[in-house]
Design a protein around this ligand. Structure first.
Ligand code: HEM
Length: 544
């Protein structure tokens, strides 16, 4: 069932091309300027996707934007009672269906204007200014303050942010950096596949003539994420694919999960008060961060010592050392960031670099598994490109637009960060409402990715939609449709690492295994600071 309301069609469930049609969409609702909850809308104004000017042709006032209830605290109680925090991505979809393509929401102390249409996204990003500003994750800032740690690019703003960011871009975003880390990512992807092959051989059984194993790949993918990011950032292998991975790494993965899970409630609660009274929620959050920082500290100290000793050797021998020292080595070598700032930024890169790739990889494997025709098409392209590239990784990746489309399609349906936020630096008009400079505006990625106004057959997992090879199927005039990494100067600084890491892993997996699932039912999703499966999907890996 798909709900059409006011020209806004937002499907809040996806299905594969072979799955049953259980699309759950928003509710048909009536006119309303104000509502107390998305599901209980009384009235709303009928309009098309783009709101028309008011009757007198004027731009409407900010206060006239439909909203979900004036009291932030009443809304907080409702969110809590109805378990909406874990389903906030779907709540957004339902609210757009109910109120139209723009609404205001006030929960506890957080207020935002929410949008999802590409035309509005374009308008917003044209007003982000030289120092784009996101919503601040206040509990993280408080942790830095009480422990006297510096902030990295994720938490900084203004000129300070830009200075760090330009230096980091050189090490992780630019082409020369990509060329540097690509072989290291591939080495980890190859080892992951070898580990999986060995497991399939040992624990699997023959099904339809192929050695097969059905597993939940989630824990292995988290290990892959950590192994890959450590190799890129620190030039260190962690040995996570061995039969006895270190406790330290397992604990790091656990600390990341704990930190992310406790962030969500702390965003809405008075966390400074919780800190003062030593509430368990705050204690868990802070101790998870402490572990994450100490993990980074050990690696940075080691990297620093390695760098110093190799500098000594180099000056003795007069030769350049060619050992891979990772992003850390590059930053230390250049010496443009202080040790404190290196530590802050390396820690943030580590935090940004594990779950964000491990989770979409689960979804990507699941979607490929439940869409066998898509899987086969992507595999054929991978086989051809791999053969032609003759070991040149960059060439191999350039020849697989369908694989790139697979990653984009996965992030369209399962955007790991469900919103991108900006405070415009000048007044803007969105949907004919006046938005004053400095207002927090959120682009809601889950409703965007599942909107029939923006994507043809949004429920279909269709990597080809992103490829120029199939012309006419999409509407090229619509920019601002792929927003999973944000946009502009402040977009995800780990984007190149993440894209290449995911593409290389999928490439290696498709070359070695057929993927299948027993049930093509949708995977239920939950939001705990990142969008993730409620229960990690089980996938059958069959040797090719
Ligand atoms: C599929 C994987 C990933 C997704 C979908 C993702 C998504 C995002 C998004 C939406 C933002 C906010 C961008 C904006 O405001 O415009 C962001 C920022 C950031 N991401 Fe990622 N990310 C991913 C992987 C990574 C990785 C692998 C790293 C580290 C290596 C990383 C580190 C960061 C950092 C440090 C920022 C803050 C950048 C700044 O404010 O300048 N992310 N990411």
């Amino acid at each position: 069932m798909r709900s059409m309301y006011m020209g806004v069609t937002v499907c809040v469930r996806a299905q594969g091309t072979c799955g049953s049609t259980n699309l759950l969409c928003g509710v048909m609702l009536q006119r309303a300027f104000c509502m107390t909850a998305a599901e209980t809308v009384a009235k709303s104004e009928r309009s098309k996707g783009v709101r028309k000017r008011g009757v007198d042709g004027r731009v409407r006032r900010f206060e006239e934007i439909p909203h979900t209830g004036r009291s932030g605290w009443i809304n907080l109680v409702k969110f809590w009672r109805e378990g909406r925090f874990g389903q906030i991505h779907k709540h957004m979809g339902r609210t757009f269906s109910a109120l139209g393509p723009i609404y205001r929401e006030h929960v506890a102390t957080q207020s935002s204007v929410n949008i999802f249409l590409p035309s509005d996204i374009g308008e917003l990003f044209r007003s982000e200014g030289l120092y784009p500003e996101r919503m601040t994750v206040q509990p993280w800032v408080t942790h830095r303050e009480i422990r006297h740690h510096s902030k990295g690019v994720f938490l900084k703003n203004g000129e300070e942010w830009r200075a760090d960011r330009l230096l980091l871009n050189k090490e992780v975003m630019m082409n020369v950096a990509v060329q540097r880390f690509l072989p290291h990512l591939d080495e980890v992807a190859r080892d992951f596949c070898r580990m999986l092959q060995a497991r399939v051989e040992k624990e699997g059984r023959v099904v339809e003539g192929k050695q097969s194993l059905t597993i939940e790949p989630s824990p292995d993918l988290f290990r892959f994420g950590l192994e890959a990011i450590c190799h890129v950032l620190y030039g260190e292998r962690m040995g996570l694919f061995s039969s006895s991975p270190s406790m330290e790494s397992q604990k790091f993965i656990w600390a990341l999960k704990q930190m992310l899970a406790t962030t969500n409630p702390l965003l809405y609660l008075p966390h400074r008060l919780l800190l003062r009274v030593g509430a368990p929620l705050w204690v868990q959050h802070a101790s998870a961060w402490d572990y994450i920082f100490s993990h980074a500290d050990v690696r940075i100290q080691r990297g620093y010592q390695r760098q110093s000793s190799s500098r000594g050797r180099r000056s003795e021998a007069g030769a350049a050392g060619d050992r891979h020292t990772g992003v850390l080595g590059q930053l230390l070598e250049k010496g443009q960031l202080s040790m404190d700032l290196i530590k802050a930024n390396m820690t943030e890169l580590m935090v940004g670099g594990v779950d964000t790739t491990a989770v979409p990889l689960q979804f990507a494997l699941f979607e490929l598994a439940r869409n066998p025709e898509v899987q086969e098409k992507v595999r054929q392209q991978v086989i051809e490109s791999w053969a032609q590239a003759a070991g040149d990784l960059q060439k191999a990746l350039q020849g697989v637009p369908l694989l790139k489309g697979t990653v984009k399609e996965t992030l369209r349906l399962y955007p790991v960060a469900i919103t991108v936020q900006r405070r415009p630096v000048k007044d803007v008009v969105l949907q004919n409402y006046h938005i004053p400079a400095g207002t927090m505006v959120q682009v809601c990625l889950y409703p965007l990715g599942r909107s029939a106004e923006v994507f043809d057959n949004p429920e279909r997992f269709d990597p080809e939609r992103w490829c120029s090879i199939r012309e006419g199927g999409q509407r090229p005039e619509l920019g601002f449709r792929f927003m999973a990494f944000g946009l502009g100067a402040r977009q995800c600084v780990g984007r190149r690492i993440a894209e290449n890491q995911m593409q290389l892993l999928l490439m290696r997996v498709l070359l070695s295994f057929h993927l299948s699932v027993q049930s093509s039912e949708d995977v239920k999703t939950t939001f705990a600071f990142l969008l993730q499966p409620e229960t990690p999907p089980r996938i059958t890996f069959s040797r090719i």
